[in-house]
Design a protein around this ligand. Structure first.
Ligand code: TXA
Ligand code: MG
Length: 338
């Protein structure tokens, strides 16, 4: 499963030549390009079909010299780096002037992350002798569900050499399963720390380290495509249903001859029409995107998702599910009337 040193070295050379390489991180697979090469970064946007004003995250090796990327690492950032890197936390900092503006979608800030996955770290060490940065959004087409296996990446872009990818490194199923927590520290003086995207590392864990709770994004916050209302969406409509209403909803759909696929987590909910995810947040997040893809492949009229618990540990999961369901508002009413 784990790519050998030769495969990682080869991938690093391809990246140095300006090619695109997909690689595993502990959150989701990334679509990587040399962050210092504007043409390579532009190829990411073309491959994803992503608007060019959306910034991408730059991934760096453990102990990388951050002064190449940002003119200033505030002490809050230093504390979070010490606590959580390598790991699923992205910091938005001011962008150093030599970093291509294309990486940042033209903004004067930059997203920086040091991933924990051993293959990602090995690749970052091999690439430009550990001193480079890999611009890497999630390796999916714009708005789609993020990939958590190498096969998901190939399902999105085609096999290496056939589509836009020069190589795909297979590091197995991503451990965390949802994208990194993003915290904006670029406007500390005026806005304080701002949580742009919830993830496995929670706002409370961040507050424990920096001594204050991050604020929720306001309208002046930098653009985060993962924070568009509709995102992370399968092509089948998605409906979140409270557990209490689930049995009746399924019965009504069956009575109408509608086809549904179910993602449940309560053991006493029957999953003959779908599947169960674990009833704890880490396990649920790990399996979430693969389950959305699997249920999407069933050609159902709707994917029913048993609404997960609403407490803090589930914040990242509820955020992704809300966005996956955003464009499907009213789908159940339509099916049940239709
Ligand atoms: O877990 C992750 O973060 C994964 C893996 C591959 O590292 N990457 C990921 O990238 O989710 P992407 O591009 O799909 O989402 C990154 C988010 C985007 O919503 C982008 O707008 C935001 O980070 N972002 C990047 N740089 C930013 C900046 N300078 N200011 C504000 N938001 C930024
Ligand atoms: Mg993404």
């Amino acid at each position: 499963m784990t790519p050998d040193t030769a495969a990682i070295e080869h991938a690093a050379r391809l990246l140095e030549q300006g090619k695109l390489v997909a690689f595993p991180t502990e959150t989701v697979y990334g679509l990587g390009a040399d962050a210092s090469n504007p043409q390579a970064v532009a190829a990411i946007f073309t491959a994803k079909g992503r608007p060019s004003n959306h910034p991408v995250i730059v991934h760096v090796a453990r102990d990388a010299d951050l002064s190449r990327w940002t003119p200033q690492v505030p002490h809050e950032a230093r504390a979070l780096i010490d606590a959580f890197w390598p790991g699923p936390l992205t910091l938005i900092l001011r962008r150093a002037s030599q970093v291509p503006a294309a990486v940042a979608g033209g903004q004067d800030t930059l997203g920086l992350r040091c991933p924990a996955h051993p293959v990602a770290q090995a690749l970052l060490r091999a690439f430009r002798e550990g001193q480079g940065g890999l611009a890497a959004p999630s390796a999916n087409r714009f708005g789609h569900v993020s990939p958590t296996t190498a096969q998901h990446v190939i399902d999105e872009f085609g096999a290496p050499g056939v589509g836009p990818l020069a190589a795909v490194l297979d590091g197995g199923h991503c451990e965390v399963g949802i994208e990194s927590t993003i915290i904006d520290l670029s406007r500390l003086d005026t806005h304080g720390p701002v949580l742009l995207r919830p993830g496995q590392i929670s706002a409370v864990q961040i507050a424990d380290v920096i001594g204050r709770m991050p604020a929720l994004p306001d309208h002046a916050a930098p653009r985060v495509s993962g924070s568009l209302d509709a995102h992370y969406a399968p092509s089948t409509p998605v409906a979140l249903v409270d557990r209490a209403a689930l049995a009746a909803t399924m019965q009504q759909l069956l009575a109408r001859g509608c086809r549904f696929a179910l993602i449940a987590y309560s053991e006493d909910v029957s999953a003959v029409h779908g599947m169960h995810l674990p009833d704890h947040a880490d396990g649920y997040a790990h399996g979430l995107y693969a389950s959305l893809r699997e249920m999407d492949a069933r050609d159902a009229d709707v994917i029913l998702v048993e609404r997960p618990p609403q407490d803090a540990a589930w914040q990242g999961i509820n955020d992704r599910l809300r966005r996956a369901a955003f464009d499907s508002a009213g789908v159940l009413e339509k099916l049940l009337k239709g």
